[in-house]
Design a protein around this ligand. Structure first.
Ligand SMILES: NC(=O)c1ccc[n+]([C@@H]2O[C@H](COP(=O)([O-])OP(=O)(O)OC[C@H]3O[C@@H](n4cnc5c(N)ncnc54)[C@H](OP(=O)(O)O)[C@@H]3O)[C@@H](O)[C@H]2O)c1
Length: 445
């Protein structure tokens, strides 16, 4: 073993040689001397396990390729296992076996971490080894380590991220080139930013897994992907995007992790955090730093009690950018092994999920009504009945109909939903169109 300050190289076993695995292997093989010079650790590629070992692979010596991943994770000559297979199984079994065999594990697998992060962290803690996953959220962007280490003492209030490049590309094209959703999606697919089946991205599953991981790290609590309500971007229309632009806002798909302790509990350090973790499209003022994140780029915006506002920005995907984040974790794990230092095991508590109906933010709504006297009063009455206060209203004539576009002041989500139900029941309301949360403006900061 490479423990206890030995200058023997740290031997790395890689599971998977796809987009990320192959890029990591190229970094390990082509820049070994540079990595050693920059970091002081010598990394040696021990083996690469793949699904189909017969497949020709450029840049990976054939003698390092194996089809036996199980043997690799149990090999006493391997110090660090890097899991880049993806999905729940066999990745989960391989990671558990590696941890049980006392190996540090590095993974980029958001799906596995969002489903089994608490169990895997406990296994790593029991074994006294590292489980590191910087690349699992926002690819190349360092966000896990800053949250876990640099902001370890910070009382983080909220983390908001654009963590899915596919949906950000589509929304950017809809905003800037006035494209319909289907056309923007087709372009994303043509350029390789979206899968043929785009549902993991456009329905918010991918962002929800990342939101669960961000919340777990930011608030040191267990959040499972099933705890994360999600709304994707398929119902965002060009009309909403155009109104948002007129009003000075940009529509983004956000992963939001927020700490919302009830009054009086914040002083109790041992109280389990009350959190809201969710994924939904939202309108952000054009002046908000996240509004400027265009195309397939990602960014994570952190609001802390003492640190104030921070943003980390960069490439959220791609083989080489993601491999760079993985490599950083491998170097970290190697340092810990060489120092013989016990792995850091951040304390985690169970999370208390804040009721969605009690969430508070401003809202954008657009409704089509018949254009006749008294309609505005009827509509305003419904808002008033549910205690939702209107911040601004714009009316556009459309023949016999009118479109009313509202921005509300900050309101309880449950009250806004009740208002929408009430509006749908009015015979003067033809259609309730776009409904979007408004975050990041002066009422929300
Ligand atoms: N791609 C990105 O930009 C990106 C960004 C952030 C995070 N990630 C995460 O990184 C991980 C890897 O993604 P990827 O895009 O590199 O995936 P990928 O291109 O689909 O590669 C998967 C690799 O796993 C191998 N594999 C499949 N079954 C295996 C098994 N039973 N044992 C050993 N190897 C097996 C495959 O072997 P064959 O080559 O023989 O098929 C392939 O080399 C995923 O968790 C993903 O979510 C990816």
């Amino acid at each position: 073993m490479a423990k206890g300050g030995s200058d023997r190289p740290v031997r790395v076993g890689v599971l998977g040689a796809g987009n990320v695995g192959a890029a990591l292997v190229s970094l390990l093989l082509e820049d070994a001397a540079g990595i050693a010079a920059r970091t002081g650790v010598r990394l040696e590629l021990a083996a690469v396990a793949v699904g189909n070992p017969a497949k020709p692979r450029t840049g990976i010596p054939a003698e390092l390729v194996t089809g036996d991943a199980k043997r690799l994770v149990e090999d006493p000559g391997v110090d660090v296992v890097v899991e880049l297979v993806g999905g729940l199984e066999p990745a989960g079994t391989l990671v558990r076996s590696a941890l049980a065999a006392g190996k540090a594990v590095v993974t980029a697998n958001k799906e596995l971490l969002a489903a089994e992060g608490a169990v895997l962290s406990a296994l790593a803690a029991d074994a006294g080894v590292d489980l590191l996953y910087e690349a699992a959220v926002a690819g190349a962007i360092p966000i896990i380590r800053p949250l876990r280490e640099s902001l370890a003492g910070e009382r983080v209030r909220r983390v908001m991220g654009i963590v899915n490049g596919t949906t950000n590309f589509i929304l950017t094209r809809m905003s800037e080139s006035h494209m319909a959703y289907a056309d923007a999606l087709a372009e994303a697919q043509r350029l390789g930013f979206a899968e043929r089946d785009p549902s993991a991205d456009v329905d918010g599953h991918d962002a929800a897994a990342k939101a669960a991981i961000l919340a777990s790290i930011a608030f040191r609590c267990d959040v499972h992907t099933d705890d994360v309500p999600r709304e994707g971007i398929t119902s965002v229309s060009p009309v909403d995007i155009a109104f948002a632009a007129q009003l000075g806002y940009t529509v983004k798909l956000l992963a939001v992790a927020e700490r919302l302790d009830p009054p009086g509990t914040t002083a109790r350090a041992d109280a389990p955090p009350e959190v809201s973790v969710r994924v939904h499209p939202a309108m952000l003022p054009n002046t908000h730093p996240l509004a400027a994140v265009r195309g397939a780029f990602n960014a994570v915006f952190v609001e802390g009690a003492a640190a104030g506002e921070l943003m980390l920005y960069g490439r959220g995907a791609g083989g080489l950018p993601t491999a760079s984040a993985v490599l950083g974790d491998v170097v970290d794990a190697a340092h810990h092994l060489q120092a013989g230092a016990p792995a850091r095991t951040p304390m985690r508590s169970s999370a208390h999920m804040h009721p969605a109906d009690d969430l508070r933010c401003a809202w954008y709504l657009n409704i089509d009504v018949v254009d006749r006297p008294g309609v505005l009063a009827a509509v305003a009455t419904v808002f008033g009945q549910h205690g939702v206060s209107i911040r601004s209203m714009e009316q556009l004539g459309m023949g016999d109909e009118a479109r009313l576009v509202f921005l509300t002041h900050v309101a309880r989500q449950g009250d806004v939903m009740a208002t929408l139900d009430g509006l749908r029941k009015l015979d003067v309301v033809e259609h309730v169109g776009g409904v979007l949360r408004v975050l990041g403006d002066e009422e929300d900061r």
